[in-house]
Design a protein around this ligand. Structure first.
Ligand code: B12
Length: 232
C-alpha cells in the first residue's frame, strides 16, 4: 500500500485538507475532490470559499506546471474533470443564495477554443447572484452567438477565451453586432486568462472581468445602469 492510500481526508485539519486537495486535483482524482468538498461543507465552509481556495487554488498550480511543460493535456483534462466534480456539488449551493432575477446573460467560449472551466464558474456565480444564465458551450462561431441573442433576448453577452489565438475572435462577434446595428442592445462582458482591460476596450467590449466575482459585480452595475437609463 502506498502512503497516498493511508490518508483519511476527514482526519486532516482544514489547511492540510486543502493542501491534499491541491494534490488530488493535480492527480485528477475526482472522487477524492468530491469527498474533500463535502468535508469542507460539513465543516461550515462557504461554498464560494471552497470554490476559490480549494478548487481554483489547485487549478492554478496545474496551470503553472502545464505552462512549464511538467504536465500535459491528458493530465490536465483529468484535473479539469476532477474540478468539475467538485463544482457540480457547489453549483446548487451557490445558486441557493440567489436573489430574485436581476438580469439575463448568454455566455459561451469563442470559436476554436474548448476551455470551459472559467466560463462555467462565471455561469455558476452569476446564477448564484440571481442572474438567469444561458450557456451556449464551447467553440462558438459568430452565428451561434447571434442566434442565442435573438432567441434569448438577454441583457448581457459574455464571451470567454483562454488562448491568445482565439481571443481576437471576440472582436469578430462584436464587429458583427455593430454591423447589424445590435451592439447597443447588449452589455458585452469578456474574460479569460490571456485578456486584459486594454484588450477589452480595444475590441469594443463594455468590460473585461478578471474573475467570476468581478464578473458578478460588473454585471450588476451595468444592468442597474441600463435599467435606470430606461426608467429615466
Ligand atoms: C485546463 C486547461 C486545459 C484543458 C481544458 C479543459 C476544460 N474543460 O476547460 C485542456 C487540457 C482541454 C486544454 C487544452 C488546450 N490548452 Co489549455 N489550459 C488549461 C489551464 C491549465 C487552466 C484553464 C482553467 O480552467 N483555469 C481555471 C479557470 C477558473 O480560470 P479562467 O479560465 O481564467 O477563468 C476565470 C477568468 O479568466 C474569468 N473568465 C473566464 N471566462 C470568462 C468569461 C466572461 C464573460 C467573464 C466575465 C469572465 C471570464 O473568470 C473565470 C473564473 O474566475 C490553462 C492555464 C491557465 N493559466 O489558464 C491552460 C492554457 C489556457 N492552455 C493552453 C494551451 C496552449 C492549450 C492547448 C493549445 C494545448 C495543446 N497543445 O493542445 C489546448 C487547446 C484546445 C483548444 N482548442 O481550446 C495555454 C494557452 C497559451 C496561450 N498563450 O494561448 C495555457 C495558458 C497553458 C499554458 N501556459 O501553456 N487546456
Amino acid at each position: 500500500m502506498s502512503d497516498e492510500e493511508d490518508i483519511v481526508l476527514s482526519e486532516l485539519n482544514d489547511d492540510e485538507l486543502v493542501e491534499q486537495m491541491f494534490d488530488d486535483l493535480y492527480d485528477g482524482l475526482k472522487e477524492e475532490i468530491e469527498e474533500g468538498v463535502n468535508i469542507l461543507l460539513e465543516r461550515g465552509w462557504a461554498p464560494y470559499d471552497i470554490l476559490t481556495k480549494a478548487l481554483v487554488g489547485g487549478m492554478t498550480i496545474v496551470g503553472h506546471d502545464f505552462r512549464d511543460g511538467i504536465l500535459f493535456v491528458p493530465e490536465v483534462l483529468l484535473a479539469a474533470n476532477a474540478m468539475k466534480g467538485g463544482m457540480a456539488i457547489l453549483k446548487p449551493l451557490l445558486a441557493e443564495t440567489g436573489a430574485p432575477r436581476v438580469g439575463k446573460m448568454v455566455i459561451g467560449t469563442v470559436k476554436g477554443d474548448i476551455h470551459d472551466i472559467g466560463k462555467n464558474l462565471v455561469s455558476m456565480m452569476m446564477e448564484g447572484a440571481g442572474f438567469e444564465v444561458v450557456d451556449i458551450g464551447i467553440n462558438n462561431p459568430v452565428e451561434n452567438y447571434l442566434e442565442a441573442l435573438e432567441t434569448e433576448q438577454p441583457d448581457i453577452l459574455g464571451m470567454s477565451a483562454l488562448l491568445t489565438t482565439t481571443m481576437p475572435y471576440m472582436k469578430v462577434v462584436i464587429d458583427t453586432l455593430v454591423e447589424q446595428g445590435k451592439r447597443d442592445d447588449y452589455i458585452v462582458l469578456v474574460g479569460g486568462a490571456p485578456l486584459n482591460e486594454e484588450f477589452g476596450k480595444a475590441i469594443g467590449a463594455d468590460a473585461y472581468c478578471r474573475d467570476a466575482a468581478v464578473a458578478v459585480e460588473t454585471a450588476k452595475e451595468f444592468v442597474s445602469r441600463k435599467h435606470n437609463q430606461l426608467a429615466g
